[in-house]
Structures are given as structure tokens and as C-alpha cells.
Design a protein around this ligand. Structure first.
Ligand SMILES: [Fe+2]
Ligand SMILES: [Fe+2]
Length: 270
């Protein structure tokens, strides 16, 4: 092929990647690369395509990441320049292909950075739509926040680019903002709230789209107590798992839901 288009990159990626969070990661990195291309005055669609395809083999080969990329992509006719850029994002971790071009260095820098931006945006009511670099920097400095995203690698990428983390983050945020809906970072307008009525409940998020699966945990369980759980008009599936206490799942309806519990001590004095 003459050029890797975004459409082609999505098509190739979809043959290997099916997990929702990995597809979102591909979309995040693609959006960030599009903005980096704009910054450098390069071909936005091309960089976005390379970003989309960068973790081609990760879902199938997490332990052998990038060992199953070069040959298959070459066979599919992906240009060498793009294969090299993809290989270079694993520099010093799983490949020895050093990022040399602006596209390669950008991919290296934004890969993990998008993870922190995504996590920060998910905590905001309006998602990424009103996020500024200042609030990102607060999260960036808090090493426990999105701790899985390797800050050292991000800084190494910025250094290669000769850019400050602030400036790279600003570009990445701008790029992700432009795709807020697609990245599910448009905030909770149009979503429904999950209210946890009492202490003891835990959930990963507090807002969901209608039809999404919601999981709530309740772990304040005493053996001599009766519990009655209440919700507004949703059918709860309940399982008992030892580590998490009770685990409830339900499908988010088209309204907010509050889950609460009433407990009654059943201990009798003899
Ligand atoms: Fe990767
Ligand atoms: Fe990645």
C-alpha cells in the first residue's frame, strides 16, 4: 500500500484487538498522534493511523509484545516507515529500535501519557471537554495517580522530542478533546448516575450509559446481621464472593439509580 490510511489501520487492528479498553487505548493514542502531527505540520491522518495500529499484537501476545508485529504487517503491505515507528514505541522495553523521527519520538512519548490524561478526564464531570493542562499537571505530580502509566518513559519521550511535558500534554489533551465522544470522555451528560446510599458500597465509576453493565460491591458484612438491599426499579443479580463481599450487577436503566442497604442485628440475648 502507498500509505497507511486510518481506515486501513482500524481494519488491520480489528483483526487482532477486540477488548474494549485496548480499542479505546488505540483510539486515544491515535487522537494524540493526530495532534502531534498537527504540531509538527505533518500528515495528521497518517500519524493517527500509526497510533491506532501501534499495539497490534498486544492483546494476543502480551508477554511477547512487538515480537508478532513486523512480519504480519509487512505481509499486509504496511509501509516500512510505519512498521519502524510501531517497533520504536517499545524501545528499551521490548525492542531495540530507537525512535529517531518526530513521528517515532511522538508515539513513544504519548503512548503512556494518554493513559494519565484518560484517567484524569474520567474523574471530571465534564470529562476531557473542559480539562486544561494545569489540572493534568496536578495528577502528573501525584505519583500514585494512574501509577501504572510509566512517567519515566513519558519523560524520556519528551526529552527525545526536546519538549517540556507540559507542552506535550497540552497537545495530547487538545487531540483527545477533538475525539471526546469517541473516547467516551465527553463527561456524564447523557449518562446516568449511580448513587451509593450507604457506607460499605464500592463501584468503579459513578456514571454509566444506559445499557452498560454496572457492578457494585458491598463488603461490610457481619455474620449476625440481616441485610436488605434496595434500588430504584432495577433487577439486581447478587453473588457472594469472598474477597469482595457481595457483588451486585445490573444493567443501567434510563434513569439514575441509588443502591442502599438496611441492616438488622439478629443476635438474640439468651
Ligand atoms: Fe505497546
Ligand atoms: Fe500502547
Amino acid at each position: 500500500m502507498e500509505k497507511l490510511t486510518l481506515e486501513k489501520a482500524k481494519e488491520i487492528n480489528a483483526t487482532m484487538v477486540t477488548e474494549e479498553h485496548l480499542l479505546l487505548h488505540a483510539a486515544n493514542v491515535s487522537a494524540a498522534m493526530e495532534a502531534m502531527a498537527e504540531h509538527f505540520g505533518e500528515d495528521k491522518e497518517h500519524w493517527a493511523a500509526v497510533g491506532w495500529l501501534h499495539d497490534y499484537d498486544y492483546e494476543k501476545y502480551p508477554e511477547e509484545h512487538l515480537l508478532h508485529t513486523e512480519e504480519p504487517l509487512r505481509e499486509l503491505g504496511v509501509p516500512e516507515e510505519d512498521i519502524r515507528a510501531i517497533m520504536a514505541h517499545g524501545y528499551s522495553i521490548c525492542t531495540d529500535t530507537e525512535p529517531l523521527t518526530d513521528m517515532e519520538k511522538s508515539l513513544f512519548a504519548v503512548d503512556e501519557l494518554t493513559g494519565i490524561v484518560q484517567a484524569a478526564a474520567r474523574m471530571r464531570p465534564a470529562g476531557i471537554t473542559d480539562m486544561e493542562v494545569k489540572s493534568f499537571m496536578k495528577k502528573w505530580k501525584d505519583k500514585r495517580f494512574a501509577a501504572k502509566c510509566n512517567r519515566e518513559l513519558i519523560l524520556k519521550g519528551c526529552e527525545m522530542l526536546g519538549m517540556d511535558i507540559r507542552d506535550v500534554a497540552e497537545i495530547v489533551i487538545r487531540g483527545m478533546k477533538a475525539h471526546a465522544e469517541e473516547l467516551q470522555l465527553a463527561g456524564i451528560s447523557g449518562m446516568y448516575r449511580l448513587n451509593l446510599g450507604n457506607a460499605g458500597f464500592r463501584s468503579e465509576r459513578t456514571a454509566y450509559n444506559a445499557g452498560e453493565k454496572v457492578t457494585v460491591y458491598f463488603d461490610m458484612i457481619a455474620s449476625d446481621t440481616d441485610y436488605h438491599f434496595y434500588t430504584d426499579d432495577v433487577e439486581l443479580q447478587r453473588v457472594y464472593g469472598n474477597s469482595n463481599g457481595y457483588e451486585f450487577t445490573f444493567e443501567m436503566p434510563e434513569h439514575d439509580v441509588t443502591i442502599s442497604v438496611e441492616s438488622r442485628n439478629t443476635m438474640t440475648c439468651l
